[in-house]
Design a protein around this ligand. Structure first.
Ligand code: NDP
Length: 486
């Protein structure tokens, strides 16, 4: 890779880079050209063992430190990430193909926010005192879980590595992180920075590999918690494996989220929300509002303005700061999306724009919009994870809410309207964990993020994440005599 800051080896174990070429090779491909830019190696059982043992021996000491000390290290890591944002963003662009215009504002910066936020919370994690009458009471201790395994998807590799690592470490746990094999580079830099900031060795380890490595980690009896970002089918498998060992889980899974645009919406904002919710990161965002329900009165104006604005997308070299739309992460993902585009056409949806691979090197697809989509079509039911928007018509509020909720997914949902009473009514009616009114796809660290129904279990970010990386112990205290029956 023509870049000085590339990670120095495949794994990061016990505070240092470790190479072991006896594992299966993992080729890292730059999606804008199809070139192999690095070769890493999948973790062997010996590498996993080293990660588990390092995590196990380091965690107890980490948990015994004060929250203030732990938090200081996380906040120092946040500062280092911000200072190195440019280099980290370039690396994320190599890893994912996402435009630098995006990676420089939404990846390492979002990771730094998580490190800063949970670094700040670390010292506030306390139990409570519960009086029981007389001189008796209970107090609770908020304790870490132990060893947490994080398994990442390929769309936000730096952010996911931090969203899982920061709350885990703040609560006193150790983390073993397995990135997606498609984007293995960025999590290594997160590990490097955490250790440079003073994190003791063994607390944040990165091991590479395919699903089998994740699966071996999830099944290990030394592991106490698993946090996965991935698809629903993978989530089902990982959740089931974790259940065998009664492990804690956080599941951040896929979606097919509705975005409802009423006649009275501000057209420019609604179009902007639909663009953000379908074409950012070339559509590879789990919370995307890919079922865009547009009320009949505004439909043609919406489609016309959307098409105009899509023609302003700057598609090209992801490293060029002017580029606003990049390639798909891999050839495989591009083919999956092309198959869905073919299904949409076969099922009779109207192709408004796009619908094809671009005639250039790399895995580029044109931003694609289908209109006249009906609820039963595959492109309206299944997660595509690419730049394909399905526009569906609707008449009234009750009807659209029923249709919006008629899905197994429940990650996100959005509504655009100037009628605020209706906006809150619709948001309350959505069966989704993350809802938006007159905006779409914001994900600040202060707010809980996660899904209902098949889209997930637990929440990332915010104080809610603390519940998922710690456990309560109740300690009963009796100051007077014990009254036993005999
Ligand atoms: P996958 O579900 O294919 O994989 C997710 C991760 O799990 C990868 O690291 C994968 O490894 C690993 N994995 C696969 N099988 C197993 C197993 N049996 N045990 C343990 N780990 C396993 O998802 P993608 O990487 O393709 O990401 C896209 C999906 O992620 C989309 O469906 C999207 O909606 C979802 N997603 C959800 C988000 C959310 O917050 N809700 C955010 C971003 C994405 P490998 O790939 O190396 O085989």
């Amino acid at each position: 890779m023509p870049y000085a800051t590339q990670p120095r080896a495949s794994h990061f174990l016990n505070g240092e880079y470790v190479e072991d070429k006896s594992g299966e090779p993992i080729e890292v491909i730059y999606p804008a050209t199809g070139d192999v830019i690095a070769t890493l190696y999948s973790a062997t059982p010996e590498i996993m063992e080293r990660a588990l043992e390092a995590a196990k021996s380091a965690q107890k000491h980490w948990a015994a430190m004060s929250g203030t000390e732990r938090g200081r290290i996380l906040r120092r890591a946040a500062d280092l990430m911000r200072e190195r944002n440019h280099d980290l963003s370039v690396l994320e662009t190599w890893d994912t193909g996402k435009p630098y215009q995006e990676t420089s504002v939404a990846d390492a910066t979002s990771g730094a926010d998580a490190l800063e936020y949970f670094g700040g919370l670390a010292a506030t994690l306390t139990g409570e005192h519960i009086p029981l009458g007389g001189e008796n009471w209970v107090y609770t201790r908020r304790e870490p879980l132990g060893i947490c395994v994080g398994i990442g998807a390929w769309n936000y590799p730096t952010q996911i590595a931090c969203w899982k690592g920061a709350p885990a470490l703040a609560c006193g746990n150790a983390m073993i992180f397995k990135p997606s094999e498609t984007t293995p580079l960025c999590a290594l830099k997160v590990a490097e920075i955490l250790h440079e900031a003073g994190l003791p060795a063994g607390l944040y380890n990165v091991v590479q590999g395919m699903g089998a490595v994740g699966s071996a980690l999830v099944s290990d009896p030394r592991v106490d918690k698993v946090s996965l970002t991935g698809s629903v089918p993978t989530g089902r498998r990982v959740y089931a494996a974790a259940a065998e060992g009664m492990k804690h889980v956080t599941m951040e899974l896929g979606g097919k989220s509705p975005l409802v645009i009423f006649d009275d919406a501000d057209l420019e904002n609604a179009v902007g929300g639909a663009i953000l919710g379908n074409f950012y990161s070339s559509g590879q965002v789990c919370s995307n509002g890919t079922r865009v329900f547009v009320q009949r009165g505004i439909k043609e104006a919406f489609l016309e303005r959307l098409t105009q604005r899509l023609s302003n997308a700057v598609i090209g070299d992801p490293m060029d700061p002017k580029t606003s739309f990049g390639p798909m992460v891999s050839e495989r993902q591009m083919k999956i999306v092309l198959d869905y585009i073919a299904k949409g056409q076969a099922e009779g949806a109207r192709l408004v724009t796009g619908g094809k691979r671009l005639d250039r090197e790399g895995f580029y697809l044109a931003p694609t919009v289908f209109a006249d989509v009906t609820d039963d079509m595959a492109i309206a039911r299944e997660e595509i994870f690419g730049p394909v928007m399905a526009v569906l018509d609707f008449e009234d509020e009750a009807e659209v809410l029923t249709r919006a909720n008629a899905t197994e997914f429940g990650l996100a949902a959005g509504v655009f309207t100037r009628d605020l009473a209706r906006a809150h009514r619709v948001a309350a009616g959505f069966e989704a964990g993350t809802c938006y009114i007159n905006t779409y796809n914001d994900a600040p660290v202060e707010a809980p993020f996660g899904g209902m129904k098949m889209s997930g279990v637990g929440r990332e970010n915010s104080k809610a994440a603390i519940e998922h990386y710690s456990q309560l112990k109740s300690v009963f205290v009796r100051m007077d005599d014990v009254e036993a029956p005999f």
